[in-house]
Design a protein around this ligand. Structure first.
Ligand SMILES: NC(=O)c1ccc[n+]([C@@H]2O[C@H](COP(=O)([O-])OP(=O)(O)OC[C@H]3O[C@@H](n4cnc5c(N)ncnc54)[C@H](O)[C@@H]3O)[C@@H](O)[C@H]2O)c1
Ligand SMILES: [Fe+2]
Length: 394
């Protein structure tokens, strides 16, 4: 076995209602001056009070930066860094979906090293951050509470940049599924497919390790079992808990392996057409999986069995066929639109395919795919996703 580098938060508090212990968690690390990074929905719906009330009760003064946007931008990070510099904070609490957590991570990096956000994108290793991050996810989810990644949009270049390193790995996380009861069905579906994609890509990645495999396999089983129920029944506690655990394990899995071609192709769609991250993954997942299977058929077959799309008795070939069909059926159940139904114009899509393929390759993620695509193959996949060729070919 080759050596592998394993990284995870120092501490994770898991379970329904766990967010009530935020003050005790800060106390464990001697922290007492948090800047809470969140978004307008968390503040507007009052969900953030689940974090603020226990801090107030413990006499911990706090400031909230709630200007985070979905798919956070470099300009929002710069605004957040100004708040850090104007205050006297000893930690950042990212409270919300992947966007607020990723914003907090990027703020810590930029506040420490200065410069521009793009100075830190891969292959740079963003290892230094003076402020520790406590991450509290409210979607299930990106797994960002447990990953050494943040994804920030470069607004000048319309590019979703991957930033990786120990500086963006949270010190601690609170993983409380009760915070996800209010997630709307569309976002439940999109974030759930994101976590499924993390687990599947971690498992088939060229960088998979025995450590990431164990987490990916467990995550695929949890997400395969609970995603549909979480989508259909928002207050189904068992389904929400299963999804939260699955998303967290999927995050740990890909953070210690990698994502691959789906994510590589998904980020440019998000940057150019403002499709939510999980939704662009879902649009790509069946076609990219079908393209990739020949690179690791045994792994894809095992993934199909773990997700519950094939049975233990299915031979690899049959299990792989069921995987692609099952992912398409999942998209139908979760009402995933085609790019056209989402509102993207065909001319605009075609005009960007070349650039998107270049940006996908430059991110490095396609190189981890079991079947490494050429630029032309990526363009063909974008075309296929537009026409629904994977669907029609069945
Ligand atoms: N750092 C990583 O490892 C990693 C991994 C995958 C994705 N990402 C990034 O994370 C971002 C996406 O995160 P996301 O999918 O969680 O979406 P998000 O954070 O943008 O949230 C989506 C929407 O759901 C709302 N929401 C969140 N929690 C809610 C709740 N409990 N109740 C009601 N509404 C709620 C938000 O306010 C927002 O409007 C993207 O920028 C993506 O690139 C990061
Ligand atoms: Fe993702």
């Amino acid at each position: 076995m080759t050596n592998s580098n394993i990284a995870a938060p120092r501490f994770m508090l898991m379970g329904g209602g766990a967010v009530a212990q935020i003050a005790e968690l800060l106390g464990k690390f001697g922290l007492s001056r948090p800047l809470i990074v969140s978004d307008k929905v968390m503040v507007g719906t009052g969900l953030i009070d689940k974090c603020l009330a226990p801090l107030t009760a413990a006499g911990i003064a706090h400031t909230v930066f709630s200007d985070t946007v979905s798919d956070p931008t470099d300009t929002v990070i710069e605004a957040g860094v100004k708040i850090i510099r104007a205050g006297n904070f000893d930690c950042l609490i990212g409270f919300g979906g992947g966007s607020p957590m990723d914003t907090a991570k990027a703020m810590a990096i930029l506040a420490t090293g200065g410069g521009k956000m793009r100075d830190y994108k891969v292959p740079v290793s963003a290892d230094c951050a003076d402020l520790p991050i406590i991450a509290i996810p409210t979607t299930a989810g990106t797994g960002s509470e447990a990953t050494r990644f943040t994804v920030i949009t470069d607004t000048e270049r319309d590019e979703k940049m991957l930033i990786a390193g120990l500086g963006v790995l949270p010190l601690a996380a609170i993983v409380d599924h009760e915070l996800t009861f209010t997630v709307p069905a569309r976002t439940t579906a999109d974030t759930g497919v994101d976590s499924l994609t993390h687990a599947l890509e971690a498992y088939v990645s060229k960088r998979a390790t025995p450590f990431s495999d164990a987490l990916a396999v467990s995550a695929m089983a949890l997400i395969g079992r609970h995603l549909r129920a979480a989508y259909a029944e928002p207050r189904n506690a068992a389904a929400r808990e299963g999804m939260m655990l699955g998303a967290n394990q999927a995050g740990l899995a890909f953070s210690n392996s990698s994502v691959a071609l789906v994510h590589g192709m998904s980020r440019p769609i998000g940057a150019h057409f403002h499709v939510p991250h999980g939704l662009s993954n879902a649009m790509l997942l069946p076609a990219v999986t079908r393209f990739s299977i020949s690179g690791a058929p045994a792994r894809y077959a095992e993934a199909a069995r773990r997700i519950g799309l094939a049975s233990d008795g299915d031979a690899d070939g049959g299990a792989c066929t069921r995987l692609v069909g099952g992912l398409e059926a999942l998209n139908t159940t979760l009402a995933v639109p085609t790019p056209a139904a989402f509102g993207i114009k065909e001319d605009a899509w075609n005009a960007k395919m070349d650039l998107m393929a270049e940006q996908a390759l430059a991110s490095g993620s396609p190189a981890n795919n079991p079947r490494v695509p050429s630029k032309d193959e990526i363009v063909a996949l974008y075309r296929e996703v537009w026409t629904g060729a994977a669907r029609n070919a069945r």
